[in-house]
Design a protein around this ligand. Sequence first.
Ligand code: SME
Length: 158
Amino acid sequence: MSKTSLYAQTLERLRALLHGETDEIAAMATIVGELHHTLPYFHWTGFYRVTAPGLLKIGPYQGGHGCLTIPFTRGVCGRCAREARTQLVPDVTTLPYHIACSGTTRSEIVVPVLDPTRRVRAVLDVDSDLPAAFDETDACQLAAICEFLTPLFPVVPP
Ligand code: SME
């Protein structure tokens, strides 16, 4: 089955599963479980949450253990949180600031999770053991999936 069809199925399932859910951790855990077990090239799938200014803390994930804490100043996840932009990394060995949690990871995508005021509240990080596993389809579909979380974040004053 094509990547596009797998994402379409996942999106439909998540729409049903998340209907009426108001807890962002429950929603993140459900998203990660569905993605990780549907897309065959997802070898680590997880959220990092912004728990303090400039700090990411591990959230729900599937795969081997990841770093528990990542400052905005470090890693692909930190860059995504800092710039509020998706990071597509076809070859992690070319990025000196990539944080290697697993020696088998070859490519990575990190997508920001925004609240209703478009502030970054988390990032979705996916690693693959395959080179160049992610493309614009993944970027687009994962961004659409992260949009499920947007209304679950209370708006905080600046
Ligand atoms: N590779 C990430 C760190 C998180 S682990 O891959 C789970 C990064 O460079 O930010």
